[in-house]
Design a protein around this ligand. Structure first.
Ligand code: FAD
Length: 656
């Protein structure tokens, strides 16, 4: 087996014992195809759950590659990272070891919408991710291009379906598996575009995945086409930073991972970012050269919320658009101009760059480019990310129409955990909309599909105040430990300690009660109204912006000092105090939604021929295509009317 000998150079010998070394076609519990952000998380999660896992990817040296921006997190995306971390995933911990500029966005708004974000050293991230992946117990890593799937008879009781039982590589060799997860990113029939030139590639310098795209099409999956792009890279020494606005990192840095109290680098050693803006000359160059820019003319949808500079100029002409100059790494000579994704011919990109303040003499080292690729309509997968039509086949990441490393990572963990649970015949691990942003994203995708690259936003979640970055461990770590087995004992113990400390702290804060005039004397900094006649609890005083646990502990050292010794605990007590009353109101709405979600629709319900329920043909087709698992999910499918939901509800109640 040719590919196996390649891997030997990269792997510790222990990794090759067992399946790959034994005679006959190798057999694994879970095979993951693709070593990007979804694939690494999926492979590591399946292995953490106890499955013998194989990660098959084109090149081991591109595992963990950041194809576009040198940053992780942001508003909504930072929430997803915290949830990945709560399930013991990798990206948050790796970012704490690889960042060069940590900053929490949206600080002026409430903690529910804070966006943890960091500029990341690309090289370090890749190194740290590869180290982690290559040292994960039960995980084997193998170089190779997957071209085809091996299919077999379905499990009993599922007529009309088939089941995946392995993959075939480009050299014809086979690997058998109980479950297969495809995380092929932008590689399915990928085409790279600069100006009028196009060539087949998954991203610049990497071969596309054509055989696998054809296999999926032959299997009857509905395939769409999307596009995205990346900016040029600029030589750092050629930029005049002295005339630009400088942004410094936070001090102290807030780590992404619950298990870290600090990040690897001190704030004073971190690198700054700089802000500049486009000029009218940039608009002119773009508009005068549209005929030389085939990516812009393509009908495939691009990312609405991370658009190219061409689409910004076309949609919002005569505006100065922001360009953030971001470092690519500690010892990198390159700067990434965020906001300047472009597909003009290279010489025009250079000309355009020179029209931007601070970049007048800038040297372009690599041109920006676009990529167009196939994605699979995500309504073809269940909330556990398994496909409806092929048993034990899972999809995760950009293949499902999403964009972004964090969206990919979150789907990766869910697919890895569920593939492993499927192997051990345990119920799927599904995160609901009331439990996490992961649940919101997967529910949106599987019930509504997407016709443009989908990215996470806080506005997509109904229960923003409950789904905060600070409490992701409380929402997911215990379930991950008990139901999926993907969480380590150490992480579980830490989350359990935090939960009991919070509960205890809140009850102590509730028990300290005084009149408001007494509080005024105790904490003069707080703007407590002295007209209140009822006693005021310390928990209520903690809600005031100017009050924190340190201040309260000065007044009551014996009762409260111990809650200030861990910075995270003190901050979380303050957050819990601020949201206490609003969350009590939200609880009822959450319970209502959970009740709807608990009403399961039979998996094999044939909506097209179901005569006992009155449904329009349009609704039948929508339900048939999306196959919602619950009444709640059915109600969110656009076009499924409230009347149809009532009829479905009656049907479910009579059949259960
Ligand atoms: P990827 O990270 O793409 O990883 C796919 C992996 O699968 C690769 O390792 C590949 O080698 C492997 N693979 C593919 N096919 C096979 C096969 N048949 N056999 C074996 N291995 C295979 N995101 C944003 O949020 N904003 C942006 O502006 C943005 N711009 C982008 C611009 C470009 C040019 C590109 C390429 C991507 C951009 N992205 C952007 C997307 C971001 O990179 C992805 O969302 C993220 O990397 C997706 O992760 P993934 O794991 O799904 O796929």
């Amino acid at each position: 087996w040719v590919a196996a000998s390649l891997t030997r150079q990269h792997l510790p010998s222990a990794r090759l014992s067992g399946d790959l070394a034994s005679p006959g076609p190798p057999h694994f519990d879970v095979v993951v195809v693709g070593g990007g952000h979804a694939g690494t998380e999926a492979a590591a999660a399946a292995a953490r759950c106890g499955s013998r896992t194989l990660l098959l990817t084109h090149r081991v040296d591109t595992i963990g590659q950041m194809s576009c921006n040198p940053s992780f997190g942001g508003i909504g995306k930072g929430h997803l990272m915290r949830e990945v971390d709560a399930l013991d995933g990798l990206c948050a911990r790796i970012c704490d070891q690889s960042g060069v500029h940590y900053k929490v966005l949206n600080r002026r708004k409430g903690p529910a919408v804070w966006g943890l974000r960091a500029q990341i050293d690309r090289k370090l991230y890749k190194q740290n991710m590869q180290k982690e992946i290559l040292n994960t117990p039960l995980l084997t890593v193998q170089e190779g291009a997957v071209e085809d799937l091996i299919l077999s008879e379905p499990e009993h009781g599922h007529p009309g379906k088939c089941r995946v039982s392995g993959v075939v590589l480009v050299d014809g060799s086979a690997v058998h598996a109980e479950c297969v997860i495809l995380t092929t990113g932008t590689f399915l029939r990928g085409t790279v575009v600069i100006g009028l030139e196009t060539h087949p590639a998954g991203r610049l310098g990497d071969q596309p995945s054509v055989g696998l795209a054809q296999t999926l099409e032959k299997l009857g999956f509905t395939v769409g086409r999307l596009k995205t792009g990346t900016p040029p890279r600029i030589a750092k020494e050629s930029i005049d930073f002295s005339i630009l606005n400088k942004q410094t990192p936070d001090d102290p840095s807030v780590p992404f991972s619950f298990v870290n109290e600090t990040v690897w680098i001190r704030p004073e050693d971190q690198l700054p970012c700089h802000l500049t803006h486009t000029s009218p000359r940039v608009d002119a160059i773009i508009l005068e050269n549209l005929h030389l820019n085939s990516h812009v003319k393509e009908t495939a949808s691009g990312p609405r919320y991370c658009p190219s500079i061409e689409s910004k100029v076309l949609r919002f002409p005569n505006r100065a658009h922001q360009v953030w100059l971001e470092p690519e790494g500690m010892d990198s000579d390159l700067i990434y101009p965020q906001g300047l994704s472009v597909t003009l011919p290279a010489e025009l990109q250079q000309k355009m760059i020179a029209c931007i303040r601070g970049l007048e003499k800038a040297k372009m080292v690599q041109p920006g480019y676009g990529v167009q690729y196939d994605y699979l309509d995500p309504r073809q997968i269940t909330p556990s990310l398994e496909t409806h039509s092929v048993q034990r086949l899972f999809f995760a990441g950009q293949i499902n129409g999403t964009t972004g490393y964090e969206e990919a990572a979150a789907q990766g963990v869910i697919a890895g955990v569920n593939a492993s649970l499927r192997v051990s015949r345990k119920p799927p691990f599904v995160v609901s909309r009331t439990e996490g942003y992961m649940g919101v994203m997967i529910d949106d995708l599987t019930t509504q599909g997407t016709s443009e690259p989908y990215r996470m936003f806080t506005s997509r979640a109904e229960f923003r105040l409950s789904l905060r970055p600070d409490n992701a461990d409380d929402r997911l770590t215990f379930r991950g430990y008990e139901e999926a087995g993907c969480v380590s004992q150490q992480r579980y113990d830490r989350a359990a300690w935090m939960k009991s400390s919070l509960e205890e702290g809140i009850s102590v804060l509730k028990s300290i009660e005084f009149s408001s005039s007494k509080w005024k004397k105790l904490i003069p900094q707080a703007s407590i109204s002295t007209s209140r006649s009822l006693p005021v609890r310390a928990l209520d005083v903690l809600k005031y912006e100017e009050v924190d646990m340190e201040l309260l502990a000065k007044a009551f050292p014996e009762a409260l000092k111990k809650y200030t010794e861990c910075r995270e605990l003190a901050e979380r007590l303050k957050i819990e105090a601020s949201y206490e009353s609003i969350l009590l109101c939200q609880l009822q709405e959450i319970q209502d939604m959970q009740r709807d979600e608990a009403l399961q629709l039979p998996e094999d319900l044939d909506y097209l021929s179901l005569r006992d329920v009155s449904l329009s043909d349009e609704v039948r087709e929508k339900l048939h295509f999306s196959r919602p698992r619950t009444i709640g999910a059915a109600s969110r499918i656009p076009g499924v009317t409230p009347a149809a939901i009532i009829n479905l509800l009656k049907f479910v109640k009579t059949t259960q």
